[in-house]
Design a binder for this molecule. Structure first.
Ligand code: FAD
Length: 392
Protein backbone atom coordinates (compact mmCIF):
# COMPACT_ATOMS: atom_id res chain seq x y z
CA UNK A 1 0.00 0.00 0.00
CA UNK A 2 1.22 3.49 -0.81
CA UNK A 3 1.83 4.98 2.64
CA UNK A 4 1.36 8.50 1.26
CA UNK A 5 -2.25 7.93 0.23
CA UNK A 6 -5.06 7.63 2.75
CA UNK A 7 -7.52 5.58 0.70
CA UNK A 8 -10.28 5.85 3.26
CA UNK A 9 -10.10 9.63 3.25
CA UNK A 10 -9.96 9.53 -0.55
CA UNK A 11 -13.13 7.43 -0.64
CA UNK A 12 -14.88 9.88 1.70
CA UNK A 13 -13.79 12.86 -0.42
CA UNK A 14 -15.18 11.29 -3.60
CA UNK A 15 -18.41 10.38 -1.85
CA UNK A 16 -18.95 13.88 -0.43
CA UNK A 17 -18.37 15.39 -3.86
CA UNK A 18 -20.64 12.93 -5.65
CA UNK A 19 -23.52 13.46 -3.24
CA UNK A 20 -23.13 17.24 -3.28
CA UNK A 21 -22.61 17.77 -7.01
CA UNK A 22 -24.30 15.06 -9.05
CA UNK A 23 -27.70 16.55 -9.98
CA UNK A 24 -30.69 14.65 -8.52
CA UNK A 25 -32.37 14.27 -11.94
CA UNK A 26 -29.25 12.54 -13.30
CA UNK A 27 -29.01 10.27 -10.26
CA UNK A 28 -32.68 9.41 -10.68
CA UNK A 29 -32.08 8.21 -14.26
CA UNK A 30 -29.11 6.10 -13.16
CA UNK A 31 -31.09 4.66 -10.26
CA UNK A 32 -33.94 3.72 -12.59
CA UNK A 33 -31.69 1.40 -14.59
CA UNK A 34 -32.51 2.96 -17.92
CA UNK A 35 -29.89 2.84 -20.65
CA UNK A 36 -27.86 6.04 -20.46
CA UNK A 37 -27.29 8.49 -23.29
CA UNK A 38 -25.15 11.54 -24.02
CA UNK A 39 -27.87 13.72 -22.50
CA UNK A 40 -27.18 12.18 -19.11
CA UNK A 41 -23.44 11.54 -19.42
CA UNK A 42 -22.43 14.93 -20.77
CA UNK A 43 -23.50 17.26 -17.92
CA UNK A 44 -21.87 14.97 -15.35
CA UNK A 45 -18.66 14.82 -17.38
CA UNK A 46 -18.64 18.65 -17.43
CA UNK A 47 -19.00 18.78 -13.64
CA UNK A 48 -16.18 16.27 -13.15
CA UNK A 49 -14.00 18.10 -15.67
CA UNK A 50 -14.48 21.44 -13.96
CA UNK A 51 -13.47 19.82 -10.67
CA UNK A 52 -10.29 18.38 -12.24
CA UNK A 53 -11.61 14.80 -12.21
CA UNK A 54 -12.50 14.58 -15.91
CA UNK A 55 -10.05 11.77 -16.67
CA UNK A 56 -9.31 9.55 -13.65
CA UNK A 57 -7.10 7.19 -15.65
CA UNK A 58 -4.97 9.75 -17.52
CA UNK A 59 -1.61 11.13 -16.42
CA UNK A 60 -1.60 14.64 -14.99
CA UNK A 61 0.29 16.19 -17.90
CA UNK A 62 -2.67 15.40 -20.19
CA UNK A 63 -5.28 16.79 -17.81
CA UNK A 64 -5.87 13.55 -15.90
CA UNK A 65 -5.88 13.02 -12.15
CA UNK A 66 -2.74 10.88 -12.02
CA UNK A 67 -4.53 8.53 -9.59
CA UNK A 68 -3.16 5.04 -9.00
CA UNK A 69 -5.22 1.97 -10.03
CA UNK A 70 -6.66 1.50 -6.53
CA UNK A 71 -7.89 5.11 -6.46
CA UNK A 72 -9.46 4.69 -9.89
CA UNK A 73 -11.41 1.64 -8.80
CA UNK A 74 -12.48 3.42 -5.57
CA UNK A 75 -13.70 6.35 -7.69
CA UNK A 76 -15.77 4.04 -9.90
CA UNK A 77 -17.17 2.18 -6.89
CA UNK A 78 -18.25 5.34 -5.08
CA UNK A 79 -19.83 6.72 -8.26
CA UNK A 80 -21.92 3.56 -8.55
CA UNK A 81 -22.84 3.58 -4.87
CA UNK A 82 -24.08 7.18 -5.22
CA UNK A 83 -26.01 6.52 -8.45
CA UNK A 84 -23.75 8.83 -10.46
CA UNK A 85 -23.32 7.83 -14.12
CA UNK A 86 -20.24 5.79 -14.92
CA UNK A 87 -18.15 8.00 -17.24
CA UNK A 88 -18.74 7.40 -20.93
CA UNK A 89 -15.88 5.09 -21.77
CA UNK A 90 -15.18 5.33 -25.50
CA UNK A 91 -13.14 8.52 -25.43
CA UNK A 92 -11.85 8.47 -21.88
CA UNK A 93 -10.96 4.84 -21.37
CA UNK A 94 -10.51 3.45 -24.83
CA UNK A 95 -9.23 6.02 -27.27
CA UNK A 96 -7.65 8.63 -24.95
CA UNK A 97 -4.92 6.29 -23.60
CA UNK A 98 -4.11 5.16 -27.17
CA UNK A 99 -3.66 8.79 -28.30
CA UNK A 100 -1.55 9.49 -25.20
CA UNK A 101 0.67 6.49 -25.97
CA UNK A 102 0.83 6.50 -29.77
CA UNK A 103 -0.53 9.85 -31.02
CA UNK A 104 1.62 12.72 -32.26
CA UNK A 105 1.82 15.89 -30.10
CA UNK A 106 -0.52 17.54 -32.66
CA UNK A 107 -3.06 14.73 -32.32
CA UNK A 108 -2.85 14.89 -28.53
CA UNK A 109 -3.50 18.64 -28.66
CA UNK A 110 -6.34 18.23 -31.14
CA UNK A 111 -8.24 15.32 -29.64
CA UNK A 112 -7.62 14.99 -25.90
CA UNK A 113 -9.22 18.27 -24.67
CA UNK A 114 -12.57 17.47 -26.35
CA UNK A 115 -12.65 14.03 -24.72
CA UNK A 116 -11.77 15.52 -21.34
CA UNK A 117 -14.37 18.29 -21.33
CA UNK A 118 -17.04 16.15 -23.01
CA UNK A 119 -17.43 18.31 -26.10
CA UNK A 120 -16.37 15.53 -28.49
CA UNK A 121 -18.27 12.27 -28.29
CA UNK A 122 -16.73 9.09 -29.67
CA UNK A 123 -17.93 5.68 -30.75
CA UNK A 124 -16.04 2.51 -31.59
CA UNK A 125 -16.13 1.27 -35.18
CA UNK A 126 -14.53 -2.15 -34.89
CA UNK A 127 -17.16 -4.86 -35.50
CA UNK A 128 -18.48 -5.61 -38.97
CA UNK A 129 -20.90 -8.14 -40.37
CA UNK A 130 -18.63 -11.21 -40.36
CA UNK A 131 -16.01 -9.68 -38.04
CA UNK A 132 -17.01 -9.73 -34.35
CA UNK A 133 -15.17 -12.22 -32.15
CA UNK A 134 -12.90 -12.76 -35.12
CA UNK A 135 -12.23 -9.04 -35.48
CA UNK A 136 -9.12 -9.46 -37.62
CA UNK A 137 -11.39 -10.58 -40.48
CA UNK A 138 -12.58 -6.99 -40.91
CA UNK A 139 -13.01 -5.88 -44.51
CA UNK A 140 -13.59 -2.13 -44.45
CA UNK A 141 -10.84 -0.75 -46.68
CA UNK A 142 -8.92 2.52 -46.59
CA UNK A 143 -7.03 3.30 -49.78
CA UNK A 144 -4.34 5.96 -49.54
CA UNK A 145 -4.70 8.84 -52.07
CA UNK A 146 -2.23 11.70 -51.53
CA UNK A 147 -2.98 13.27 -48.15
CA UNK A 148 -6.13 11.31 -47.38
CA UNK A 149 -7.67 7.82 -47.29
CA UNK A 150 -10.76 6.70 -49.22
CA UNK A 151 -12.74 4.53 -46.83
CA UNK A 152 -15.35 2.00 -47.98
CA UNK A 153 -17.16 -0.60 -45.93
CA UNK A 154 -19.62 -1.20 -43.14
CA UNK A 155 -19.44 -1.24 -39.37
CA UNK A 156 -22.14 -2.74 -37.21
CA UNK A 157 -23.33 -2.79 -33.60
CA UNK A 158 -21.77 0.65 -33.25
CA UNK A 159 -22.96 1.81 -29.84
CA UNK A 160 -24.00 5.47 -29.64
CA UNK A 161 -22.91 6.31 -33.22
CA UNK A 162 -26.14 8.29 -33.60
CA UNK A 163 -25.09 10.68 -30.82
CA UNK A 164 -21.35 10.72 -31.55
CA UNK A 165 -19.16 13.24 -33.34
CA UNK A 166 -16.35 10.84 -34.15
CA UNK A 167 -15.69 7.14 -34.67
CA UNK A 168 -12.33 5.51 -33.98
CA UNK A 169 -12.20 2.90 -36.64
CA UNK A 170 -10.16 -0.15 -37.58
CA UNK A 171 -9.72 -0.36 -41.36
CA UNK A 172 -7.73 -2.52 -43.71
CA UNK A 173 -5.00 -0.52 -45.44
CA UNK A 174 -3.28 -3.48 -47.12
CA UNK A 175 -3.76 -7.19 -47.73
CA UNK A 176 -1.13 -9.23 -45.90
CA UNK A 177 -0.68 -12.99 -45.45
CA UNK A 178 -1.57 -12.71 -41.74
CA UNK A 179 -4.96 -11.05 -41.26
CA UNK A 180 -3.87 -9.17 -38.10
CA UNK A 181 -1.41 -7.27 -40.27
CA UNK A 182 -2.40 -4.48 -42.67
CA UNK A 183 -4.97 -2.99 -40.26
CA UNK A 184 -4.83 0.71 -39.33
CA UNK A 185 -6.58 2.92 -36.79
CA UNK A 186 -8.35 5.96 -38.29
CA UNK A 187 -10.27 8.72 -36.53
CA UNK A 188 -13.30 9.55 -38.66
CA UNK A 189 -15.57 12.59 -38.16
CA UNK A 190 -19.13 11.30 -38.50
CA UNK A 191 -20.33 14.36 -40.42
CA UNK A 192 -18.25 13.56 -43.52
CA UNK A 193 -20.03 12.97 -46.85
CA UNK A 194 -20.52 9.26 -47.59
CA UNK A 195 -21.41 8.25 -44.02
CA UNK A 196 -24.85 6.82 -43.27
CA UNK A 197 -25.91 5.83 -39.75
CA UNK A 198 -28.90 3.54 -39.38
CA UNK A 199 -30.42 2.44 -36.07
CA UNK A 200 -30.55 -1.24 -35.14
CA UNK A 201 -33.73 -1.99 -33.27
CA UNK A 202 -33.00 -4.20 -30.29
CA UNK A 203 -35.41 -6.23 -28.17
CA UNK A 204 -34.99 -3.90 -25.20
CA UNK A 205 -36.74 -1.07 -27.05
CA UNK A 206 -33.89 1.38 -26.45
CA UNK A 207 -31.93 2.85 -29.36
CA UNK A 208 -28.26 2.37 -28.60
CA UNK A 209 -26.69 0.43 -31.48
CA UNK A 210 -26.35 1.28 -35.15
CA UNK A 211 -25.02 0.26 -38.52
CA UNK A 212 -22.52 2.70 -40.00
CA UNK A 213 -22.02 2.66 -43.77
CA UNK A 214 -18.91 4.26 -45.27
CA UNK A 215 -19.08 4.92 -49.01
CA UNK A 216 -16.07 6.72 -50.48
CA UNK A 217 -15.40 8.68 -47.30
CA UNK A 218 -12.35 10.98 -47.56
CA UNK A 219 -10.48 10.89 -44.27
CA UNK A 220 -7.35 13.03 -43.83
CA UNK A 221 -4.21 10.87 -43.45
CA UNK A 222 -3.36 13.06 -40.45
CA UNK A 223 -6.25 11.27 -38.65
CA UNK A 224 -4.36 7.97 -38.63
CA UNK A 225 -3.03 7.05 -35.20
CA UNK A 226 0.46 5.58 -35.22
CA UNK A 227 1.91 3.68 -38.10
CA UNK A 228 -0.01 2.38 -41.08
CA UNK A 229 -0.65 -1.36 -40.74
CA UNK A 230 -0.09 -1.38 -36.96
CA UNK A 231 -3.74 -0.91 -35.93
CA UNK A 232 -3.99 -4.36 -34.39
CA UNK A 233 -1.25 -3.47 -31.89
CA UNK A 234 -3.12 -0.31 -30.84
CA UNK A 235 -6.40 -2.21 -30.63
CA UNK A 236 -4.79 -4.76 -28.31
CA UNK A 237 -3.25 -1.99 -26.19
CA UNK A 238 -6.70 -0.48 -25.86
CA UNK A 239 -8.24 -3.76 -24.68
CA UNK A 240 -5.38 -4.38 -22.22
CA UNK A 241 -6.03 -0.99 -20.63
CA UNK A 242 -9.61 -1.97 -20.03
CA UNK A 243 -8.84 -5.18 -18.20
CA UNK A 244 -9.25 -3.65 -14.74
CA UNK A 245 -12.71 -2.33 -15.66
CA UNK A 246 -14.45 -5.46 -14.36
CA UNK A 247 -12.87 -5.08 -10.91
CA UNK A 248 -15.61 -2.64 -9.92
CA UNK A 249 -18.49 -4.80 -8.71
CA UNK A 250 -20.35 -1.90 -7.07
CA UNK A 251 -22.86 -1.32 -9.93
CA UNK A 252 -23.82 -5.00 -9.81
CA UNK A 253 -24.27 -4.94 -6.03
CA UNK A 254 -26.39 -1.83 -6.38
CA UNK A 255 -28.57 -3.56 -8.97
CA UNK A 256 -28.99 -6.53 -6.65
CA UNK A 257 -30.13 -4.27 -3.78
CA UNK A 258 -32.64 -2.57 -6.08
CA UNK A 259 -34.08 -5.88 -7.17
CA UNK A 260 -34.25 -6.98 -3.53
CA UNK A 261 -36.40 -3.89 -2.79
CA UNK A 262 -38.46 -4.57 -5.90
CA UNK A 263 -39.18 -8.14 -4.82
CA UNK A 264 -40.19 -6.94 -1.35
CA UNK A 265 -42.62 -4.32 -2.66
CA UNK A 266 -43.91 -6.09 -5.75
CA UNK A 267 -44.62 -9.35 -3.93
CA UNK A 268 -45.66 -7.87 -0.57
CA UNK A 269 -48.18 -9.54 1.70
CA UNK A 270 -48.77 -12.96 3.18
CA UNK A 271 -50.51 -14.23 0.06
CA UNK A 272 -47.32 -13.95 -2.01
CA UNK A 273 -44.91 -15.11 0.64
CA UNK A 274 -43.85 -18.35 -1.08
CA UNK A 275 -43.10 -16.58 -4.39
CA UNK A 276 -41.28 -13.80 -2.56
CA UNK A 277 -39.10 -16.15 -0.56
CA UNK A 278 -38.18 -18.13 -3.64
CA UNK A 279 -36.94 -14.98 -5.39
CA UNK A 280 -35.15 -13.85 -2.22
CA UNK A 281 -33.36 -17.17 -2.11
CA UNK A 282 -32.26 -16.77 -5.73
CA UNK A 283 -31.02 -13.28 -4.87
CA UNK A 284 -28.91 -14.72 -2.04
CA UNK A 285 -27.24 -17.09 -4.47
CA UNK A 286 -26.58 -14.20 -6.87
CA UNK A 287 -25.17 -12.19 -3.99
CA UNK A 288 -22.70 -14.94 -3.12
CA UNK A 289 -21.52 -14.95 -6.74
CA UNK A 290 -21.00 -11.19 -6.57
CA UNK A 291 -19.06 -11.54 -3.32
CA UNK A 292 -16.73 -13.99 -5.03
CA UNK A 293 -16.35 -11.62 -8.00
CA UNK A 294 -15.62 -8.74 -5.67
CA UNK A 295 -12.78 -10.74 -4.06
CA UNK A 296 -11.35 -11.41 -7.52
CA UNK A 297 -11.72 -7.69 -8.28
CA UNK A 298 -9.71 -6.88 -5.15
CA UNK A 299 -7.07 -9.40 -6.17
CA UNK A 300 -6.86 -7.75 -9.62
CA UNK A 301 -6.31 -4.30 -8.14
CA UNK A 302 -3.58 -5.63 -5.83
CA UNK A 303 -1.90 -7.38 -8.78
CA UNK A 304 -1.86 -4.18 -10.82
CA UNK A 305 -0.65 -2.14 -7.86
CA UNK A 306 2.28 -4.52 -7.52
CA UNK A 307 2.99 -4.53 -11.23
CA UNK A 308 1.96 -8.17 -11.66
CA UNK A 309 0.17 -9.62 -14.68
CA UNK A 310 -3.59 -10.09 -14.38
CA UNK A 311 -3.59 -13.36 -16.27
CA UNK A 312 -7.06 -14.85 -16.56
CA UNK A 313 -8.65 -12.76 -13.76
CA UNK A 314 -10.48 -10.26 -16.01
CA UNK A 315 -11.94 -13.10 -18.10
CA UNK A 316 -13.07 -15.01 -15.02
CA UNK A 317 -14.75 -11.89 -13.60
CA UNK A 318 -16.41 -11.00 -16.92
CA UNK A 319 -17.66 -14.54 -17.42
CA UNK A 320 -19.10 -14.73 -13.91
CA UNK A 321 -20.62 -11.27 -13.51
CA UNK A 322 -22.26 -11.20 -16.94
CA UNK A 323 -24.23 -14.34 -16.10
CA UNK A 324 -24.99 -13.15 -12.55
CA UNK A 325 -26.34 -9.88 -13.94
CA UNK A 326 -28.55 -11.82 -16.31
CA UNK A 327 -29.80 -13.84 -13.33
CA UNK A 328 -30.56 -10.66 -11.35
CA UNK A 329 -32.47 -9.17 -14.28
CA UNK A 330 -34.38 -12.46 -14.61
CA UNK A 331 -35.38 -12.26 -10.93
CA UNK A 332 -36.61 -8.69 -11.47
CA UNK A 333 -38.62 -9.84 -14.45
CA UNK A 334 -40.07 -12.71 -12.43
CA UNK A 335 -41.17 -10.15 -9.82
CA UNK A 336 -42.85 -7.69 -12.22
CA UNK A 337 -43.42 -9.85 -15.26
CA UNK A 338 -46.97 -10.87 -14.56
CA UNK A 339 -47.97 -7.22 -14.18
CA UNK A 340 -45.76 -5.62 -16.85
CA UNK A 341 -44.61 -8.03 -19.56
CA UNK A 342 -47.94 -7.78 -21.44
CA UNK A 343 -47.60 -3.97 -21.39
CA UNK A 344 -44.22 -4.04 -23.07
CA UNK A 345 -44.74 -2.85 -26.61
CA UNK A 346 -42.73 -4.72 -29.21
CA UNK A 347 -40.00 -2.96 -31.13
CA UNK A 348 -42.14 -2.44 -34.22
CA UNK A 349 -41.66 1.30 -34.12
CA UNK A 350 -43.62 2.28 -31.06
CA UNK A 351 -41.01 1.27 -28.49
CA UNK A 352 -41.79 0.42 -24.89
CA UNK A 353 -44.46 2.18 -22.98
CA UNK A 354 -42.25 4.50 -20.97
CA UNK A 355 -45.25 5.73 -19.01
CA UNK A 356 -45.73 2.39 -17.33
CA UNK A 357 -44.01 2.52 -13.91
CA UNK A 358 -41.42 -0.23 -13.61
CA UNK A 359 -41.28 -1.03 -17.34
CA UNK A 360 -37.50 -0.52 -17.20
CA UNK A 361 -37.18 -3.86 -15.41
CA UNK A 362 -38.61 -5.57 -18.47
CA UNK A 363 -36.31 -3.55 -20.73
CA UNK A 364 -33.38 -4.38 -18.51
CA UNK A 365 -34.10 -8.05 -18.70
CA UNK A 366 -34.05 -7.79 -22.50
CA UNK A 367 -30.92 -5.64 -22.48
CA UNK A 368 -29.04 -8.01 -20.14
CA UNK A 369 -28.93 -10.64 -22.92
CA UNK A 370 -26.08 -8.65 -24.42
CA UNK A 371 -23.81 -9.05 -21.41
CA UNK A 372 -22.59 -12.45 -22.52
CA UNK A 373 -21.90 -11.16 -26.04
CA UNK A 374 -20.21 -7.75 -26.00
CA UNK A 375 -16.80 -7.02 -24.55
CA UNK A 376 -15.79 -10.57 -25.55
CA UNK A 377 -18.49 -13.25 -25.54
CA UNK A 378 -18.64 -15.94 -22.82
CA UNK A 379 -17.30 -18.55 -25.24
CA UNK A 380 -14.38 -16.30 -26.14
CA UNK A 381 -13.64 -15.71 -22.42
CA UNK A 382 -13.66 -19.48 -21.88
CA UNK A 383 -11.14 -19.85 -24.70
CA UNK A 384 -8.91 -17.24 -23.04
CA UNK A 385 -9.14 -19.04 -19.69
CA UNK A 386 -8.47 -22.44 -21.27
CA UNK A 387 -5.42 -21.04 -23.03
CA UNK A 388 -4.04 -19.72 -19.74
CA UNK A 389 -4.84 -22.89 -17.83
CA UNK A 390 -3.83 -25.52 -20.33
CA UNK A 391 -1.69 -23.57 -22.79
CA UNK A 392 -3.82 -24.69 -25.71
C1 FAD B 1 -25.40 -4.17 -27.73
C2 FAD B 1 -24.09 -4.33 -28.43
C3 FAD B 1 -23.21 -3.27 -28.46
C4 FAD B 1 -22.01 -3.37 -29.16
N1 FAD B 1 -21.22 -2.26 -29.28
C5 FAD B 1 -20.15 -2.30 -30.12
C6 FAD B 1 -19.41 -1.12 -30.42
O1 FAD B 1 -19.70 -0.02 -29.90
N2 FAD B 1 -18.41 -1.19 -31.30
C7 FAD B 1 -18.04 -2.37 -31.89
O2 FAD B 1 -17.09 -2.38 -32.67
N3 FAD B 1 -18.71 -3.52 -31.64
C8 FAD B 1 -19.76 -3.50 -30.77
N4 FAD B 1 -20.48 -4.66 -30.52
C9 FAD B 1 -20.12 -5.88 -31.22
C10 FAD B 1 -19.57 -6.95 -30.32
O3 FAD B 1 -18.23 -6.68 -30.02
C11 FAD B 1 -19.74 -8.28 -31.05
O4 FAD B 1 -21.13 -8.57 -31.08
C12 FAD B 1 -19.01 -9.39 -30.40
O5 FAD B 1 -17.63 -9.23 -30.58
C13 FAD B 1 -19.42 -10.77 -30.97
O6 FAD B 1 -19.29 -10.76 -32.36
P1 FAD B 1 -20.49 -11.21 -33.34
O7 FAD B 1 -21.72 -10.50 -32.91
O8 FAD B 1 -20.01 -11.03 -34.72
O9 FAD B 1 -20.71 -12.73 -33.02
P2 FAD B 1 -19.77 -13.92 -33.50
O10 FAD B 1 -18.33 -13.56 -33.25
O11 FAD B 1 -20.16 -14.31 -34.87
O12 FAD B 1 -20.18 -15.04 -32.48
C14 FAD B 1 -21.36 -15.83 -32.64
C15 FAD B 1 -21.31 -16.92 -31.58
O13 FAD B 1 -20.17 -17.76 -31.80
C16 FAD B 1 -19.37 -17.80 -30.62
N5 FAD B 1 -17.95 -17.83 -30.99
C17 FAD B 1 -17.30 -16.98 -31.81
N6 FAD B 1 -15.99 -17.31 -31.90
C18 FAD B 1 -15.82 -18.40 -31.12
C19 FAD B 1 -14.69 -19.20 -30.79
N7 FAD B 1 -13.49 -18.93 -31.31
N8 FAD B 1 -14.88 -20.24 -29.96
C20 FAD B 1 -16.10 -20.51 -29.42
N9 FAD B 1 -17.21 -19.81 -29.70
C21 FAD B 1 -17.07 -18.75 -30.53
C22 FAD B 1 -19.70 -16.54 -29.87
O14 FAD B 1 -19.43 -16.68 -28.48
C23 FAD B 1 -21.18 -16.37 -30.16
O15 FAD B 1 -21.93 -17.18 -29.30
C24 FAD B 1 -21.66 -4.60 -29.78
C25 FAD B 1 -22.53 -5.69 -29.72
C26 FAD B 1 -23.74 -5.57 -29.09
C27 FAD B 1 -24.67 -6.75 -29.10
Amino acid sequence: MDAAIDYQAFRAEIRDFALAHCPPDIRAVVASYRKLSRKVWYPWQRILFEHGWGAPSWPKEFGGTGWDPRQRVIFDEVMAECDCPPQYHHGLRHLGPVIIEFGTPEQQKRFLPGILNGEDWWCQGYSEPGAGSDLASLRTTARREDDHYMVDGQKTWTSHAHESDWMYTLVRTSKEPKKQQGISLLLIPLNLPGITIRPIRTIDGWHHVNEVFLDGVRVPAANRIGEEGQGWTYGKFLLERERLGGANIAPHRKALERVRELVATELAGEGRRAERELLQHRLLLAESELLAASELGRESVEAVMQGNALGMLPSVIKLGTSVTMQTISQIALDAVGERLAPRFRRVDGAGPNAEEPGIEWVQNYMYARVRTIYGGSSEVQKNVIAKQLFGI
